[in-house]
Design a protein around this ligand. Structure first.
Ligand code: NAP
Length: 400
């Protein structure tokens, strides 16, 4: 099943570690055409460029030598001048739709940020950026499939190859499989929701920590998107199945559904619970990062609940009736609904608002759309669980 997952989530382009010209291309059918043929003439840079091929405009990864044209303008003068003159660089995972896209738009249109849209589908991301009017000089698309740890490492290698500063990382992407009867698995064989939402982001954030640490930008931040659904101190968090990591025995066993349960707590598979559990992991991870690295690095670590964005693709696997009724229910009954645009502004605020510098915080917004520091549930703020989660996750992603 792991192999099946790997095949169904192809890394269209893989550039091997350290080998600048060692490019292995899997001829993916993502774009209905052979990518390797398209790349014969222009193999330049891992940022995504668009080029005309026949009548179709195809987006391909190109390997370009290190030039200022692919990076935000970097001033070489004094550190003070750098702070005021160059754009910030923010990586947003899963920026091809929903919250990630709205945040990319909100940041890009300030003209102060270059957004790296870290996405698993080039074409979708490129089209999405265009559809919301993000201008070319304010974004790049780079391939990242969080359901493959190889892809995460590849992404980090590609990024380092560009030698560009990384100021903010937003771990936003997520999968939610509420109607799945059987678990599906990441390339390495982890249950897909936790494998993608937690383990993929855990590895990414750990690998990029040093890059963010070196940033001289006024804001250096690492943000992991959380959710009310993982917090059992709320009404929404009490809708069954509730998040519960238990003693992490399933995670420690590898979440592979063969020698161990695919669920973190060791129980039977439940797709909705797996998502909620992954969100608890996201919020615990943010706090553990804060405890371990805030003082040493000066990085602000934060999480947030942006509100219920009932229209996003997150609910794509839900039954049609749910998808029909959920937005009006959230708008008129719970009144917890926020538009994608508003949610994007909220996350953009956590990225760039000079007043949101406090680290280790889980942000929420009140009815007037003012941010406030929210309380996490007992489990989502359990220090001992956070430490244990960190240690097990390190082993699973090959960092320990
Ligand atoms: N919607 C809500 O009400 C709500 C509430 C609280 C928190 N959140 C959080 O907000 C974040 C964004 O969710 P959303 O509502 O905006 O959902 P969405 O529109 O479905 O966006 C999810 C994004 O994640 C990407 N993604 C999924 N699997 C990936 C993988 N293996 N590798 C790379 N990217 C992958 C998707 O890519 P594709 O476009 O290729 O599918 C998409 O861009 C999530 O962390 C979610 O937990 C959402």
């Amino acid at each position: 099943m792991a192999l099946q997952a790997a095949l169904s989530l192809p890394s269209a382009i893989s550039i091997h570690k350290g080998g600048k010209s060692n490019i292995s291309l899997k001829d993916s059918d993502l774009f209905g055409a052979s990518i390797s043929n398209l790349l014969k003439n222009e193999i330049k840079c891992p940022l995504i460029r668009s080029q005309e091929v026949g009548k179709r405009k195809l987006l391909v990864g190109t390997i370009r030598s290190q030039t200022a044209t692919t990076t935000p303008a970097i001033d070489q003068a004094t550190p003070e001048a750098k702070k005021t003159l160059r754009k910030g660089t923010v990586i947003i995972t899963g920026a091809s739709s929903g919250l990630g896209l709205a945040t990319a738009k909100a940041l890009a249109e300030t003209g102060k940020w270059h957004v790296i849209m870290a996405c698993r589908n080039f074409l979708k991301a490129e089209r999405a950026a265009k559809s919301v009017g993000i201008t070319k000089e304010n974004y790049s698309v780079m391939h990242l499939d969080l359901a493959s740890l190889d892809s995460v490492r590849q992404f980090v290698d590609n990024l380092r190859g560009l030698a560009m500063p990384i100021d903010v990382l937003v771990c936003n992407a997520a999968v939610y499989q509420p109607t799945a009867k059987e678990p599906s698995f990441s390339a390495e064989g982890f249950e897909l929701s936790v494998g993608t939402n937690h383990l993929g982001h855990f590895l990414l954030a750990r690998l990029l920590l040093d890059n963010i640490k070196q940033s001289d930008y006024p804001f250096k931040r690492l943000i992991i998107v959380g959710s009310i659904t993982g917090n059992t101190n709320t009404l929404a968090g009490n809708v069954p199945p509730k998040a519960n990591l238990g003693d992490l025995r399933g995670l420690a066993g590898g979440l592979n559904g063969i020698n161990s349960s695919p669920m973190i707590d060791g129980g039977d598979f439940d797709g909705a619970k797996a998502y909620k559990d992954s969100k608890v992991c996201n919020m615990l991870t943010m706090q553990e990062f804060h405890r371990r690295y805030h003082e040493e690095t000066g990085i602000t670590f934060a999480s947030l609940y942006p509100g219920c964005i009932a229209t996003t693709g997150l609910f794509r696997e839900h039954i049609p009736l749910f998808r029909l009724l959920f937005p009006p229910f959230q708008k008129y009954i719970t009144k917890g609904y926020v538009s994608e645009e508003e949610a994007g502004k909220r996350l953009a605020q956590v990225v760039s608002d000079p007043s949101l510098t406090k680290s280790g915080v889980y942000w929420s917004w009140n009815k007037n759309s003012s941010s406030f520091e929210n309380q996490l549930s007992k489990e989502a703020s359990d220090r001992e669980k956070a430490r244990k989660l960190w240690e097990i996750s390190e082993k699973l992603v090959g960092l320990a």
